[in-house]
Design a binder for this molecule. Structure first.
Ligand code: WT7
Length: 680
């Protein structure tokens, strides 16, 4: 341990000195709320949330410059806070600065409090949690970093992770950061084809996986899926396999057992000094075309934004146990299971299971056992648990809980109320947090604010520091009044935002910067109420949100259209009780089909599972003789949406339809399918 501390002391000295300076600043002011940012406490007009927020957007350089200097440990200081031009898609923060993300997440804490628990791995098997201290996590990360280096991973390379949420996955992410490689975590529920697409696009030479995953008591063959995927990925030279179960796994000359290899490695690994704008990770997400986008996040700005939002939105304090139950395969897992909590020196829970395994009390039994202080989950799980009844919650002691967070989709009032009243016993603030893979961290949430500021159920409400939301009308003009809805944009850059789409900067600027030139377009619609608070309405593009996971309708149509019996298709989202949105596919068959409809439905669902993931499978497949189209041949999705929402009175203007009879056909077929389903 001595040697470790010796190597990292440089970083530690600067950060501890600054922490003392922070405390001095704090002592002299009456900043008692969590919203108080001591670095700027001396400036005028920053006594309350409104003042702080106003300062952060008006004096961007002073705000972000001050927090970046005091909260991150730098190898060399930045000379320019930012250099951005949103209209060109040019976003650069903390230029000239050098730092290492893993040092910021590990070394400085491992030196200050080596035995503090960094990770609590809540394994699928209830009651078998594993705790990992900062010292242990640093050592594991260093061994991994050395292993990756020895196998030729260099600065600028990309390592793909296909793993469940577990300490080795977190350490692998941090090991990449340590040696300057990018990571590309692929959600372990994705199919071999989807995994292969992402490995190829990222040009990864190394993949890390486990022999088998375990979730909800079921085994998933992750290594076998990797085997299939890498067959079509010539870039992959090495696959490391960790053992999550005791079952044997077939190995090839390309594979090696991770734990065995790690034993050979040293526990000290020199961190690479990275430029602020070097790539930290790629994360793929669906857009409105068939091809998922590899969003690129960089080092300093992302980390600082993760750190600050985690601290203030959740009012995180030293010693708190933070429980974000998202999988690390999604951005929520990246920012609020890994980077935010660790950058703050916190204790973070890695949840490997499901909300209903072994029973619907799982979350709350875990809260009791691990004494979780902040719980961060998804509305879809809350809606599901609500249906099982209050007794599953009330059985357990939840007195440790202080804040309850929600993310991924709008939370309906009933779910919000239940979360607040039953789960939180009316004592905890519920924070509905709006953000995206693209934004890197939370942009709109009820906190930070004075702890007793009002929170409106089902509303994300207030922009975070540095975030300036605007609503646009259809013509692209800024809507300046309240009590109005429009396309949600963000008027100026912030450090946590994605910098580009891997290998496709043009798509980045076209998607986010050009629809409303000079503004960042989120793809969501929002309402600003009389009091000026924001409520997110939902996507404005052809992206469906199933249980908080994005899936593009074009991606689904591409798969369905590949079936040799399918002539064409149109996929849309519809309101679903539990999942938020479900997938509904309209399919036109070719003439000469001699397969039973039921078999065809199954076949199409299998195709989607195989090509994308199980969660993306259509809930309904309706065969139609033709699709409603305009005279210019465009599918009228609006009409299809109205039909499945049973709003035939709201069909609107049908004058551009080529043949109005198609609408009746679709309505009749829909009724038929629905009555059939309800009889089953
Ligand atoms: C899309 C982003 C951000 C992490 C999880 C999803 C929707 C997200 C909320 C919320 C209403 C929300 C939006 C957004 N969304 N949070 N609190 N209220 N909608 O990340 O996969 O990048 O999806 O999720 O539509 O654009 P993602």
């Amino acid at each position: 341990m001595q040697s470790l501390c010796g190597r990292i002391s440089n970083y530690f000295v600067t950060s501890s000195a600054r922490r003392i300076a922070d405390r001095r600043l704090l002592a002299g002011r009456s900043c008692s709320t969590s919203a108080c940012v001591p670095e700027i406490a001396g400036y005028e007009g920053v006594a309350d949330h409104g003042g702080l927020h106003g300062f952060s957007v008006a004096q961007t350089e002073r705000f972000w410059g001050a927090v970046a200097r005091s909260r991150l440990s730098w190898n060399s200081p930045f000379h320019t806070v930012h250099d951005c031009d949103l209209s060109q898609g040019k976003i650069r923060w903390f230029l000239g600065g050098k730092l290492n993300v893993s040092v910021n997440c590990l070394d400085r804490h491992a030196c200050a409090f080596p035995n503090r628990v960094a990770l609590i791995w809540e394994r699928d098997e209830p009651g078998s949690e594993v705790k990992v201290t900062y010292r242990q996590l640093l050592e594991l990360t260093c061994r991994l970093g050395n292993l990756f280096r020895r196998h030729g991973v260099k600065k600028g390379d990309c390592v793909t992770l296909y793993m469940p949420t577990c300490p080795l996955a977190v350490a692998s992410m941090l090991a990449c950061a340590r040696i300057g490689a990018a990571h590309n975590v692929v959600f372990a529920g994705f199919s071999a084809e989807a995994l292969a697409d992402r490995i190829r696009d990222a040009q990864s030479s190394m993949v890390i996986t486990v022999n088998q995953g375990v979730r909800g008591g079921k085994v998933a063959e992750l290594k076998k899926t990797v085997d299939v995927a890498v067959q079509s990925c010539p870039s992959v030279k090495q696959v490391f396999v960790a053992l999550r179960t005791e079952n044997p796994v077939g190995m090839t000359s390309r594979d090696a057992l991770l734990e065995e290899e790690l034993q050979k490695e040293d526990v000290v690994c020199e961190p690479a000094a990275m430029d602020s704008e070097d790539v930290l990770f790629l994360l793929y997400t669906s857009g409105s075309t068939g091809k998922p986008k590899g969003l690129v996040h960089t080092q300093a700005g992302y980390l600082l934004y993760a750190l600050l939002t985690h601290k203030y939105v959740f009012n995180y304090h030293d010693g708190d146990v933070f429980g974000c139950v998202a999988d690390i395969g999604w951005i929520t897992g990246h920012t609020y299971t890994v980077y935010g909590p660790l950058a703050n020196g916190g204790t973070t829970v890695l949840f490997e299971s499901t909300p209903v395994y072994p029973d619907p009390g799982r979350y709350w039994e875990m809260v009791q056992r691990l004494k979780i202080n902040q719980f961060y989950g998804a509305p879809t799980a809350i809606r599901l648990l609500l249906k099982y009844g209050d007794q599953w919650v009330q059985k357990y002691d939840r007195s440790s809980l202080k804040i309850l967070g929600s993310v991924g989709e709008p939370i309906n009032t009933e779910a919000w109320e239940w979360y607040h009243r039953v789960v939180g016993g009316g004592r905890c603030s519920v924070v509905d947090t709006w953000w995206q893979t693209e934004t890197g961290g939370i942009c709109i949430a009820p906190r930070p604010s004075d702890p007793d500021a009002v929170i409106v159920p089902g509303m994300a409400m207030r922009p975070f520091f540095g975030i300036k939301p605007v609503l646009m009308d259809k013509e692209g003009a800024v809507l300046s009044t309240n009590d109005t809805s429009g396309a949600l944009c963000i008027a100026q850059p912030w450090p946590g935002m994605a910098r580009t789409i891997h290998n496709d900067h043009q798509r980045f600027t076209e998607t986010y910067c050009q629809p409303y030139r000079g503004y960042f377009f989120t793809g969501d619609g929002a309402y600003r109420c009389k009091e000026g608070y924001y409520q997110i309405i939902g996507r404005l593009d052809d992206v469906i949100n199933v249980s908080g996971h994005r899936i593009g309708t074009a991606e689904l149509e591409d798969v369905v259209n590949r079936c040799r019996w399918v002539a064409e298709s149109a996929v849309i989202g519809y309101t679903h009780d539990i999942k938020g949105q479900g997938v509904y596919a309209f399919v036109v068959l070719k003439k000469e089909v001699d397969v039973q409809e039921a078999d065809l439905v199954q076949h199409l669902k299998d195709m989607v599972s195989k090509s994308i993931a199980k969660y993306a499978c259509p809930d309904f497949i309706q065969f139609v003789p033709r699709l409603p189209k305009t005279r210019s041949g465009k599918i009228m999705r609006r009409v299809l949406r109205k039909v499945v929402e049973h709003d035939v009175d709201g069909l609107g203007d049908l004058s551009t339809l080529e043949d109005p009879a198609t609408v009746q056909e679709v309505i009749q077929g829909h009724h038929h399918l629905f009555s059939k389903t309800h009889q089953q």
